[in-house]
Design a protein around this ligand. Structure first.
Ligand code: SF4
Length: 512
């Protein structure tokens, strides 16, 4: 029996088999699995008395044609006959690699490969992330809910509304308190929602005191049943700054309605520089600086993320001593250009809506043209600084130091990550850059995410790595892993770069 087989031997010496079931030891749940069945997470099954990782190991291929990008290794497919027909450089990802548990065991794959004269090692595993969540960015002007409002999935609280950013609303979902700190139902709902979001599936969220929103990575949000189309071009003040010249001599006054900063061109610095005349307009809001107004309305689903459907609601009396006169023309427009209206003052200095003039159509179209498509962005956030490191090196803190010293490059399913400064290996990855179905779960509950650590072989040796477990890519391709999983190309991973050799070669903190 090989050393690796022993690692996954499902019974302790002398231990009695429970009926025909064998034990999966890939996570703390330790399922007993009958022949032909899968365990609680559906990731492992009993196939003829052996524990098998049900999903195929995903191997990515580096192609020069794609400018050094990592592309799917599809040539062999599921019907691969074992021949080394593809000569491109391969990257064994953590997707389908399996997990070792307890953590002191070496990771499922420790793979060496010479790339451009550099002997590299990639340590490959599927990490079980009890401490994880998703940061969600929803491009919209509309008010989804108050900051700190609870976010629910299936009725359970799974996170909260975070800050509003420039044209987007952030949500903070998951985290250990929702996964394991609440009721079982809360943990399950959180895990289900995170898993679906990270695997780029749609999830319906309900915000207390706010809206229902369907979130799907890479797709437009659907807010109270209505798909969002555009992300605003900027705040009301920025819109004035960008387009003041387009309106000069075509209209006497322009108001860009925005929940955050409503802009007024005649008062704004951009208008002043262009010689815009005073109009005697009065905005019902809190004046910040000239031509910039806060709180013209409560936040909502109307014009520019306000509650209003009639923009005249934000206007006070017009002052004839400051330039108001009958016939004065006024354009009111939202920050996405989706809502717009044209008015002229009557004899009593009351704005009266008129047919929208063709001369202003181009400027409104320009606002719309400058808006980007509204999307949802999902970043998986997880702490890999815990016991997972012990599968890489016998001295786990060395891995953390190596990552922060830029000697070790971390990827999730081949996708580059952002590692937070400070303690541990706290990483964030855009799920759109990971191959489809990269994420799994275990019912503890926790998310399972692929993770790869790539570094120079000599650095790995100095790190205290499991040198005797190092295998070649060819060996992995030929023999797979101890879980007997097949090899298969992944779904399109986009254009993730190959681990940067120059960085690894010349890392300033690299051990000598
Ligand atoms: S939940 Fe999955 S990984 Fe954990 S023991 Fe059961 S089958 Fe194995």
């Amino acid at each position: 029996m090989s050393e690796l087989s022993e690692r996954f031997e499902t019974h302790d010496p002398g231990e009695k088999k429970m009926a025909e079931k064998i034990r999966c030891d890939a996570c703390p749940v330790m399922c007993y699995i009958a022949d032909g069945r899968t365990g609680a997470c559906d990731r492992y099954g009993n196939v003829g008395g052996r524990i098998v990782r049900c999903d195929p190991l995903t191997i990515l291929e580096h192609t020069e044609e794609a400018g050094g990008a990592v592309t799917p290794f599809l040539a062999e497919g599921e019907d691969w006959n074992g021949g080394l027909v593809n000569s491109g450089r391969r990257f064994v990802s953590g997707i389908g690699a399996g997990t070792t548990y307890p953590d002191y065991k070496p990771a499922p794959f420790i793979v060496s490969q010479e790339v451009e004269g550099v002997d590299l090692v990639t340590v490959v595993t599927e990490g079980i992330f009890s401490y994880c969540g998703a940061k969600v960015k929803i491009d919209t002007d509309r008010h989804l809910g108050d900051e700190t409002a609870l976010v629910r999935a299936g009725g359970e609280v799974i996170g909260h509304v975070s800050t509003a950013e420039y044209g987007s609303q952030m949500l903070s979902l998951g985290g250990v308190h929702h996964l394991t700190g609440g009721s079982k139902a809360e943990g399950r709902a959180t895990c289900d929602a995170l898993l679906a979001l990270c695997n780029k599936e749609p999830v319906e969220l309900s915000i207390d005191g706010g809206v229902d929103v369907v979130v799907q990575a890479g797709k437009a949000p659907v807010i109270d049943g209505r798909p969002e189309h555009r992300m605003r071009v900027g705040c009301g003040s920025a819109t004035i700054g960008m387009f003041a010249t387009q309106w000069k001599d075509l209209v006497d006054e322009v108001v860009v309605v925005d929940d955050h900063i409503t802009g007024v061109v005649s008062e704004h610095q951009a208008g002043k520089v262009l010689g815009w005349q005073d109009t005697g307009i009065r905005i019902l809001g809190r004046r910040s600086t000239p031509g910039r107004y806060f709180k013209v309305s409560e936040p909502g689903l109307g014009w520019g993320g306000t509650t209003i459907s009639d923009p005249l609601q934000i206007l006070g009396e017009w002052n004839p001593k400051k330039g108001a006169r009958p016939g004065l023309s006024l354009l009111m427009v939202s920050t996405t250009g989706e809502q717009f209206a044209y008015f002229e003052l009557d004899g009593d200095l009351k704005p009266v809506e008129k047919p929208f003039p063709e001369r202003l159509r181009k400027s409104v179209d320009l606002i719309e043209d400058n808006c980007e498509p509204a999307l949802c962005t999902v970043l998986f956030v997880g702490g890999a600084g815990g016991s997972l490191r012990a599968g890489v090196t016998e001295n786990p803190v060395n891995l953390t130091r190596s990552v922060h010293g830029l000697q070790t490059y971390v990827t999730v399913g081949g996708a580059p990550v952002y590692v937070w400064p400070g303690g541990g290996i706290m990483l964030m990855v855009d799920v759109m850059r990971t191959p489809d179905n990269s994420f799994g779960y275990v019912p503890t509950p926790a998310l399972v995410a692929p993770i790869e650590f790539t570094l120079r072989r000599d650095d790995y040796e100095k790190l205290g790595g499991y040198v005797s477990e190092i295998r070649t890519v060819e060996d992995v391709v030929a023999r797979g892993g101890e879980y007997l999983n097949p090899r298969r190309g992944a779904g399109a991973p986009g254009v993730n770069p190959w681990p940067p050799l120059a960085t690894l070669r010349n890392a300033p903190g690299r051990q000598r």
